[in-house]
Design a protein around this ligand. Structure first.
Ligand code: FES
Length: 239
C-alpha cells in the first residue's frame, strides 16, 4: 500500500491511501491532483505534507464523524432518521426510491440519503453511499429482519477491506461481492463476511416506509469505513 496524494471526492477532501482509491476516485469523477491548495483543509507542500497526509490516512474517513459530533447538517453529514433514500446514480439520480423499484433477487441499487426538510442529498462523502437490495424475507436473520422493509435491506456501500465500492452481486448465492479483492457479504444476515479479506461486516442502515417510500429509520449500525493495514483502524462512522 502506498501513500500518494489527496483527492477531492464530490467536493470533500478525502485521502488517497491505496492504488484502488485512485480507480475509485477516477470512476466517480473525483479530481486527483494538488487540489488541496484550493481546499479549506489545505495540506502544506513542505516536508510536513507527507506527515500530515499519513496522519489523515490513519484517521481514515473520520471527517464526517467529526461533523456528526458537532451536530452539523449538510451534504457530508451522515444519514439521519426520516431521511428519504434517493437513487445515487443513473437516469433517476435524485429520485425517491419505492419498494417496487427493487425487484426480488436482483443486484443492489446505490442510494444516498436526502434531508426531507431541505431536499439536500447527503452525497458529500462516499461514506454515505448505501446499497439497497431486495432479498427473500423468509431468509432474513432476526436482527436483519428488524431493520428491513419487506425483505429490502440497506448497508454501507463501502467495502471494509480497502474501501472499494460494493458494486458486484453474486446471483448464484445472493451476496454482495466487492470487485477489488472479491470479499463477499451476506445481505440476509447483517452483511457478515462470507468470503475474502474484508475484516468486518458492512454497516447496516435500518429502514422504514414514509408515505410509501423508503426512508432511514436510524443511524448506521456498525462501523462505516475500511481497515488501513498497518495503521490504526480509526475513522468511519457508527459504533
Ligand atoms: S476492497 Fe478488498 S475486498 Fe473490497
Amino acid at each position: 500500500m502506498t501513500l500518494r496524494d489527496t483527492v477531492m471526492v464530490q467536493g470533500v477532501m478525502a485521502v488517497q491511501c491505496t492504488p484502488e482509491a485512485t480507480i475509485i476516485a477516477r470512476a466517480t469523477g473525483a479530481q486527483v491532483a494538488d487540489e488541496q491548495d484550493k481546499s479549506p483543509l489545505a495540506v502544506p507542500r513542505s516536508g510536513e505534507r507527507r506527515r500530515v497526509l499519513r496522519a489523515l490516512c490513519a484517521v481514515g474517513l473520520a471527517l464526517p464523524m467529526a461533523s456528526r459530533a458537532q451536530g452539523a447538517s449538510g451534504a457530508a453529514s451522515p444519514p439521519a432518521e426520516n431521511d428519504q433514500l434517493v437513487f445515487a446514480f443513473g437516469e433517476r439520480a435524485g429520485e425517491a426510491i419505492a419498494p417496487d423499484d427493487l425487484a426480488l433477487g436482483t443486484e443492489q441499487v446505490f442510494a444516498y440519503p436526502m434531508d426531507p426538510l431541505t431536499g439536500e442529498v447527503r452525497n458529500g462523502t462516499r461514506l454515505n453511499q448505501i446499497v439497497l437490495v431486495h432479498v427473500d424475507p423468509a431468509g432474513l436473520s432476526e436482527q436483519t429482519r428488524a431493520r428491513a422493509v419487506d425483505g429490502i435491506v440497506a448497508y454501507s456501500g463501502v467495502c471494509t477491506h480497502t474501501g472499494c465500492d460494493i458494486t458486484d452481486w453474486d446471483t448464484s448465492s445472493n451476496r454482495f461481492q466487492c470487485p477489488c479483492h472479491e470479499s463477499q457479504f451476506d445481505p440476509s444476515d447483517g452483511a457478515r463476511v462470507v468470503g475474502g479479506p474484508a475484516p468486518w461486516q458492512l454497516a447496516a442502515l435500518p429502514l422504514k416506509l414514509v408515505d410509501g417510500l423508503l426512508a432511514v429509520a436510524g443511524e448506521f449500525e456498525g462501523r462505516v469505513g475500511f481497515m488501513q493495514p498497518g495503521l490504526d483502524p480509526l475513522g468511519g462512522l457508527g459504533r
